[in-house]
Design a binder for this molecule. Structure first.
Ligand code: NAG
Ligand code: NAG
Ligand code: NAG
Ligand code: NAG
Ligand code: NAG
Ligand code: NAG
Ligand code: NAG
Ligand code: NAG
Ligand code: NAG
Ligand code: NAG
Ligand code: NAG
Ligand code: NAG
Length: 757
């Protein structure tokens, strides 16, 4: 009944289709605004056939129905969801966020009405989200409610093509069992809970610190069923995994004649954990396994997608560079996909062409891509388009449809960072210059902060001209801090404008991703500051500008003390303080080393060393105060996924170990030490601080002539190894939520002492 008036209003626009499929949106509104879904009316118009080979742009219209409800019509559920957020943000000034959750409940009791009809249209059919490794850096221990927030966020931001990797090991387990491998031959192949992404890529095999239990596999599979069902309800087409060719070494025991080669060694991992066995697509067993993997998913989930993610050579060079060989690899793989599901489209991350560009010459890329003989049977993710786009050099992937993606973040690093120009101007320019560009997307290794940069690109997918970032940031501020008086303290606008034109406007291509705090790195007398590349430690702006932004933020809370009770404000204030600390640490560190190098043991060295320690000691309680900046919830969420009905701590300890190991030593022996480091409470106080204490004590005891690198390394490693032990309680702090007290009693005095305030 509630659709009637809208239906007549829309009659002239297009054909109405069954309202039932909009149920997911009413459910979303009920989840976030209980009992308010009756105030909304969603209508689908013009059913667009979601056909992978001919995708079309979406559009929506927002108006007020005659009964006063908010009427949103659009070409797909995703278009409606995008329109819904547009209403929330532009008319009601509320939104839903990472970390702090939904602030939609701040909406006025009487819904504000749009005073004119608002329309929107996408400039690309596909809005993509996730990197294969986000499933290990960010989501490995997520509960269903974490996923619910994420999926609501994705829907409201117009995402209609997300990756869906959770629980894939269940499918592989089934498939390998069906070809007669035993469970005990299969389980040793899998990597631990925090490392599954690299096993799925064939970079790693096996698990250090324990074996992946069946319990994990079954529980993740159950989670995947919920995720997929919700994705469908919210109008998204999930991209499911497929069989890549990476197999347990034991496969060769069962099939001695199988055509296998060794994958390459990844990141100096020992042989037992890398050089993964790769079954070549030319072997009939490959097609058989592909068929089982795809059929199992069709059986479990239904024929819900045409899209399959499949990466064989991610940071892992092919066995041969012969062009015929490369073409055969893709042709065989493609045919196996089509045999199992005739509508299949192969989605591939294009990262290999960036990371292993020595191997991937233009002619090899062309040969490899040409094995997929129908262009629309493939979809390439240009992975790091804001900085190292590959689509120009590959002539738009030789005609394959592709997506422009912002990568932005490596390893879940946390610096304030963005490229407001490249993320708004470049995708629009690409659209004009490449006829096979079909989407914009987001491919962060870790979803760890700088949320505005992600929202910006997804909103750019609905704007034919580059978004004006000054207006965009101001609107972000207006909406983000709503709930205090319904008007926003002016200093907050100033703070974000300062950030927009500094940290968020990097144009220096030598360091083009989120920067890392050097205190997260193993202490050293050299090579910590000014690192460039994908884990830069450069500060590409005047640090004083961020201090200025901090002062404005702080002043805002003097003007409006209620801000201390505002979750968005608390989050952002902690985040900006973290950056001020990170920058201050870098300059004090440089001064400390210089003092040591000239005359160790002097008062000057001691003063700088004391500053470094003061920074870490006062940052730790600040970060701990909020759960999203605290280590404990990460560890607890890992343990929470272990079976609850046992007193045996082996499994929870193993899950916790993988959680600790990933963000610190990352590998059994520190293979990619500190890659996924975090400025988290507990980690700063019980890991980084002891490392720096050890280091500074050593420097105090020895001058440059007596310095022994091996000795320093050994001492620091002692701290690192000790921290891996699960159940030790090391780094576990409670979150009080009381940011204000820590700021007033610890942060402000520290910054004063350093002359920053
Ligand atoms: C229309 O709405 C906008 C914002 O939604 C508001 O700024 C403006 O004052 C409104 N105009 C009228 C005439 O109500
Ligand atoms: C697995 O073993 C069963 C029983 O020995 C046999 O019938 C079947 O053919 C085998 N499957 C494969 C793929 O070899
Ligand atoms: C492997 O190949 C050899 C030589 O082609 C053949 O004699 C043998 O029967 C095969 N073994 C199996 C298990 O298929
Ligand atoms: C592992 O792969 C690397 C790179 O291809 C190679 O150099 C190394 O010899 C391999 N190791 C073994 C034991 O196969
Ligand atoms: C590629 O596949 C064709 C057809 O199966 C085969 O004749 C050829 O030897 C293969 N080339 C290489 C280098 O593997
Ligand atoms: C799944 O649906 C697609 C159309 O979306 C169709 O092309 C394909 O044949 C179907 N696959 C199966 C296995 O039914
Ligand atoms: C911005 O994009 C251009 C064009 O792709 C590229 O050359 C430049 O390096 C990018 N800037 C940064 C900071 O990555
Ligand atoms: C970003 O910085 C560059 C270089 O300083 C400048 O040309 C550009 O106008 C800035 N962009 C914005 C949106 O402020
Ligand atoms: C870019 O960054 C590098 C490394 O920090 C620095 O050497 C260079 O001067 C910077 N370029 C500009 C134009 O600021
Ligand atoms: C110490 O000073 C010497 C001489 O100026 C210089 O070569 C060296 O790089 C400095 N070492 C460090 C760790 O800064
Ligand atoms: C390197 O970093 C230090 C500390 O942040 C800074 O003082 C120095 O100016 C930087 N050097 C260059 C060449 O950018
Ligand atoms: C410091 O860095 C250098 C250069 O990367 C490295 O050779 C050395 O082993 C490091 N020292 C420590 C103690 O980590």
């Amino acid at each position: 009944m509630r659709f009637a008036s809208v239906a007549s209003a829309l009659a002239s626009i297009g054909t109405l289709v069954a309202a039932a499929s909009t149920q997911g949106l009413y459910d979303l509104v009920e989840r976030r605004l209980p009992q308010r879904s009756l105030n909304f009316a969603f209508e689908l118009i013009e059913t667009l056939h979601v056909n992978a080979s001919k995708p079309q742009n979406d559009h929506y219209t927002i108006s007020t129905a005659s009964n006063g409800s908010i009427a949103i019509s659009g070409t797909s559920v995703s278009a409606l969801a995008t329109g819904l957020r547009r209403y929330f943000v532009d008319v009601a000034h509320v939104d839903l966020y990472w970390f702090i959750g939904s602030r939609l409940d701040q909406i006025p009791p009487t819904l504000p009405r749009p005073n004119h009809t608002i329309t929107g249209a996408s400039v690309v059919p596909w809005r993509y989200f996730f990197n294969t490794v986000t499933f290990s850096y960010t989501t490995p221990f997520w509960s269903w409610s974490d996923w619910e927030l994420e999926l609501d966020w994705l829907a409201l931001h117009g995402v209609n093509l997300p990756l869906a990797w959770v629980g894939f090991e269940k499918i592989l387990l089934d498939a390998f069992q069906e070809v007669n491998l035993t469970t005990s031959q299969i389980l040793p192949f899998f990597s631990g809970p925090a490392f599954q992404a690299w096993n799925r890529f064939g970079n790693t095999q096996g698990s250090w610190g324990g074996e992946l239990p069946l319990q994990w596999i079954h529980q993740q599979f159950e989670l995947q069923q919920k995720i997929l069902s919700r994705m469908l309800d919210l109008g998204m087409t999930p991209i499911l995994p497929a069989f890549t060719g990476f197999v347990p070494t034991a496969l060769v025991d069962v099939y001695p004649n199988a055509t296998v080669v060794n994958g390459s060694q990844w990141e100096d991992f020992p042989r037992e954990f890398t050089n993964t066995t790769f079954l070549e697509p030319s072997d009939p067993l490959f097609s058989k396994l592909q068929n089982i993997v795809m059929t199992k998913q069709l059986d479990y989930y239904g024929n819900i997608t045409q899209f399959y993610t499949l990466d064989q050579y991610n940071e892992n060079d092919p066995y041969s560079g012969d062009l015929d060989y490369l073409r055969n690899m893709t042709r065989g793989t493609w045919q196996s996909l089509k045999a199992a599901n005739p509508g299949a489209v192969w989605v591939m991350q294009g990262w290999l062409f960036t990371s292993n560009s020595d191997f991937w010459t233009d002619e090899r890329i062309e040969a490899y891509l040409s094995g997929v003989e129908v262009n629309t049977d493939m979809l390439v993710l240009d992975l790091f388009s804001e900085s190292q786009p590959q689509w120009q050099r590959t002539d738009s992937y030789y005609g394959k449809p592709w997506i422009w993606n912002q990568l932005h973040d490596y390893g879940g690093n946390q610096g304030l960072y963005g490229q407001i120009d490249n993320v708004t101007i470049n995708p629009i320019a690409a659209l004009a210059n490449s006829s096979s560009l079909v989407g914009f997307g987001i491919t962060p290794e870790g979803q760890e902060g700088n949320e505005i940069m992600y929202a910006l690109l997804l909103d750019q997918a609905w704007s034919p001209t580059p978004i004006d970032t000054a207006t965009y940031f101001a609107s972000w501020v207006r909406t983000r801090y709503t709930g205090v008086n319904n008007s926003v303290t002016p200093q907050l606008y100033t703070a974000w404008e300062l950030l927009r034109t500094s940290a968020y406007n990097n144009t220096n291509l030598t360091s083009n991703a989120v920067s890392k705090a050097i205190f997260e790195l193993a202490p050293n007398i050299t090579r910590l500051t000014n690192r460039t590349g994908h884990h830069p430690t450069t500060i590409n702006y005047e640090p004083a500008v961020v201090v200025h932004a901090w002062k404005e933020m702080y002043a805002a809370a003097s003007t409006e003390p209620n801000l201390w009770a505002n979750d968005a404000y608390k989050h952002d204030f902690v985040d900006i303080t973290r950056q001020v600390y990170s920058n201050a640490f870098a300059s004090s560190y440089a001064a400390c080393i210089a003092a040591w190098n000239t005359t160790n043991g002097t008062a000057e060295f001691d003063a700088h060393a004391a500053t470094l320690l003061l920074l870490l000691r006062t940052l730790d309680p600040l970060l701990s105060s909020l759960p999203q900046f605290n280590l404990a919830p990460w560890l607890a969420s890992a343990r929470a996924l272990a079976p609850s009905n046992t007193t045996n701590s082996t499994i929870p300890d193993f899950y916790e170990y993988t959680a600790r190991n990933q963000i610190t030593r990352w590998g059994p022996d520190g293979e990619i030490n500190d890659y996924a480091s975090k400025s988290w409470g507990g980690l700063v106080g019980d890991y980084y601080l002891p490392r720096w204490l050890t280091f500074l004590d050593y420097l105090r005891s020895v001058g440059p002539d007596g310095y022994e690198d091996g000795e320093v390394r050994a001492r620091i490693e002692g701290v690192e190894v000790g921290f891996q032990v699960p159940g030790s309680g090391l780094g576990v702090r409670e979150s009080t939520g009381d940011v204000r007290t820590v700021v007033e009693t610890a942060v402000v005095p520290a910054l004063r002492k350093m002359g920053i305030l």
